[in-house]
Write a protein that binds this ligand. Structure first.
Ligand SMILES: [Zn+2]
Length: 87
């Protein structure tokens, strides 16, 4: 069960032209499709605000996420620091 954590690669960075990888925090909610209500299946585009680790400048990038049919993507945002906020 080694599911790699979600992340986004920015290359080139609009600030420093470098190559960055940001971990992502994705909030999902399950879809209760009892009555076959097809709730926004397919890819969804999110705009992420990332911070360049070299210059400290923020920039926007776009990411398209395709959720599985049983899930809905509520939000996607970069998770800049791997804080130890959960054990
Ligand atoms: Zn950068």
């Amino acid at each position: 069960m080694s599911k790699s954590p979600p992340q986004i690669t920015v290359n080139p960075c609009p600030n420093c032209q470098g190559h960055h990888t940001f971990p992502l925090r994705i909030r999902r909610s399950p879809v209760m499709s009892l009555s076959g209500e097809a709730n926004q299946p397919g890819p969804r585009k999110f705009t992420l605000l990332c911070t360049c680790p070299k210059t400290g400048q923020t920039f926007q990038t776009e990411l398209t996420v395709t959720p599985p049919p049983s899930e809905r993507i509520v939000s996607v945002e970069p998770d800049p620091a791997e804080e130890e906020d959960e054990s």
